[in-house]
Design a protein around this ligand. Structure first.
Ligand SMILES: *Cc1c(COP(=O)(O)O)cnc(C)c1O
Length: 412
C-alpha cells in the first residue's frame, strides 16, 4: 500500500515523514488494510472451495493489536509456544481455532493448552504423545491431536527454513505415520482429529506443496484402511512473498485450490500462513545517522541494526531500501546500508544503488512485517522499537518504544 503523494512516500494515506516526526525512528510501521486484504484472499477462496480455518502463524508477528484485528475477522492462530497461546487468548482468538505445533512443548505449556481447550496439538513425536496423554488424564480432558508428518520433500528455499526435508528435527517421518496413529488410537486421553505438515517457508513454487499433499493423502488412505478417519487436513504455511520485483509468488487462492483437489471434499482444511499475511504489510522506517566512505565503499549508517531486523544477518535476506521522498534524476551510487552494532553481519542491505541521502534523511525498508519485530532483541542494549499501525489516514501507536530503564526491568 505504498504510494506517492506529490514528493512524499506514503503508507496508505499517511506520509512517512509525518510518522517519523510524530513517533521518531527507527520504527516498524504496518498497513492494516494490506494484511486484512492478505487474510481475506486466503479466506474467500477457502470458504468458496471447502470448509476449514485460516490460522495465522503468529510467530511471524505477535503484536497484540495485529492479532486482535485478525481474530476479529474470523482468523485462527497457529502457535508454537505457551506464550503464543497466551498472547492469542488475550487477543480474543477463539480457542477452537488455535492449533499448537513445536518439537519441544513443555508439560506446563501442554497443560495450559489443554485447560484452555485449544482445537488441537500438532504432535511431533511419540514421546510427546505420551506426555500429552498423561497430562490430559490428569486434567481430565481429551487431548485432540494431529501428527505433524515430515513428508520428506525439499523445497527450494534457505536451508534454515526448510522444515519438511529428510533429516530435519520436525515431525514424524511419513513412513512411520500409520504406526504412530495406531499407537495414538490406543491412548485413553487422546482423540485423533487430523494430520499436519509444514514443509518450510518462503516457498515460491506450488510443486513441493503438491508433492507433500499427495504423500499426506496416501497416509490418509492407509489410515482409512486401518479404521482411522481424519476430520482435518492441515497443509501448514510457507507460501513465499515477492521480496524483489524479480520474484513471483503464487497467489493464496491458487495454493488452496490446487491442494484441495488432492483430497476428498468432506475434509476440513487448515492453512497456517504467517509470512504471506503480514510480511508485505510491514515496513521499517530508519534514519541516516552517518555516512562514510571507507576502503572504496560507501556506507549509510542507520539507526536500525541487526537486533531490530535480524533477517539479513540470519538468512542473508534481501529487503528493498527506498528513500521516503521522490528523488528525480539524482545519480545513484553503490551503497552498503548498515546498523550501529559491533558485528560485520550487522547490515540491512549490501551493494544497493541508492541516491546520496543527506544526514538525518529517512529511508524505508520494505516487506519486514514477518519475522522482523518478532525476531528483534535488545542486543547491544538497544531497547525494542516502537510499532505503528496505519489505517487509511489514521495512525496508532501499537507498541511504545522501549526505554533504557526497560533494559533493567527483570534484573535483580
Ligand atoms: C512458521 C510456521 C508456519 C508459518 O510459516 P510461513 O512461512 O510464515 O507461512 C506455519 N506452520 C508452522 C508449523 C510453522 O512453524
Amino acid at each position: 500500500m505504498l504510494n506517492f503523494k506529490n514528493e512524499d512516500l506514503c503508507i496508505e494515506q499517511v506520509k512517512l515523514s509525518d510518522i517519523a516526526a510524530e513517533y521518531g525512528t527507527s520504527t516498524y510501521v504496518y498497513s492494516k488494510n494490506q494484511f486484512i486484504n492478505n487474510f481475506e484472499n486466503y479466506k474467500k477462496v477457502l470458504d468458496a472451495k471447502g470448509k476449514g480455518i485460516i490460522c495465522f502463524a503468529c510467530k511471524a508477528n505477535s503484536n497484540g493489536t495485529i492479532l486482535k484485528l485478525l481474530a476479529g475477522i474470523g482468523c485462527g492462530a497457529d502457535t508454537t509456544s505457551g506464550g503464543e497461546i497466551y498472547r492469542c487468548l488475550k487477543a480474543n482468538f477463539n480457542p477452537s481455532k488455535i492449533v499448537y505445533a513445536g518439537v519441544g512443548k513443555t508439560s506446563e505449556e501442554i497443560e495450559y493448552a489443554l485447560k484452555n481447550k485449544i482445537l488441537m496439538f500438532n504432535v511431533e513425536s511419540l514421546e510427546e504423545l505420551d506426555v500429552i496423554d498423561n497430562i490430559a488424564g490428569k486434567v481430565k480432558v481429551k487431548a485432540k491431536i494431529a501428527f505433524r508428518i515430515n513428508p520428506c520433500v525439499d523445497p527450494d528455499t534457505h536451508s534454515y527454513i526448510a522444515t519438511g526435508k529428510k533429516g530435519t528435527k520436525f515431525g514424524i517421518p511419513y513412513e512411520d505415520a500409520v504406526r504412530a496413529y495406531l499407537i495414538a488410537k490406543k491412548k485413553k486421553n487422546v482423540k485423533i482429529l487430523g494430520i499436519h505438515s509444514h514443509i518450510g517457508s518462503q516457498i515460491l513454487d506450488i510443486k513441493p506443496f503438491k508433492i507433500a499433499a499427495r504423500k499426506i493423502k496416501n497416509i490418509v488412505n492407509d489410515l482409512e484402511k486401518n479404521g482411522i478417519r481424519l476430520e482435518y487436513i492441515n497443509c501448514g504455511g510457507g507460501l513465499g512473498i515477492e521480496y524483489t520485483m524479480y520474484q513471483k509468488a503464487p497467489s493464496p487462492g491458487r495454493l488452496i485450490s490446487e491442494l484441495l483437489l488432492v483430497f476428498d471434499k468432506d475434509k476440513k482444511f487448515i492453512f497456517e500462513p504467517g509470512r504471506s499475511i503480514i510480511a508485505n504489510a510491514g515496513y521499517l522506517l530508519v534514519k541516516v545517522i552517518y555516512r562514510k566512505f571507507s576502503c572504496g565503499k560507501n556506507f549509510l549508517i542507520t539507526d536500525a541494526g541487526m537486533n531490530d531486523l535480524m533477517r539479513p544477518a540470519l538468512y542473508e535476506a534481501y529487503h528493498e531500501i527506498i528513500p521516503i521522498r521522490k528523488i528525480i534524476g539524482a545519480q545513484k551510487v553503490k551503497t552498503d546500508v548498515v546498523g550501529p552494532i559491533c558485528e560485520s553481519g550487522d547490515f540491512i542491505g549490501k551493494d544497493r544503488m541508492l541516491p546520496v541521502l543527506a544526514l538525518g534523511e529517512y529511508a524505508l525498508v520494505t516487506c519486514v512485517g514477518a519475522y522482523g519485530a518478532a525476531m528483534s532483541s535488545e542486543y547491544n542494549s538497544r531497547p525494542l522499537l516502537a510499532e505503528v499501525l496505519v489505517d487509511g489516514s489514521k495512525t496508532t501507536l501499537i507498541r511504545r518504544r522501549a526505554k533504557w530503564e526497560d533494559l533493567l526491568l527483570n534484573e535483580k
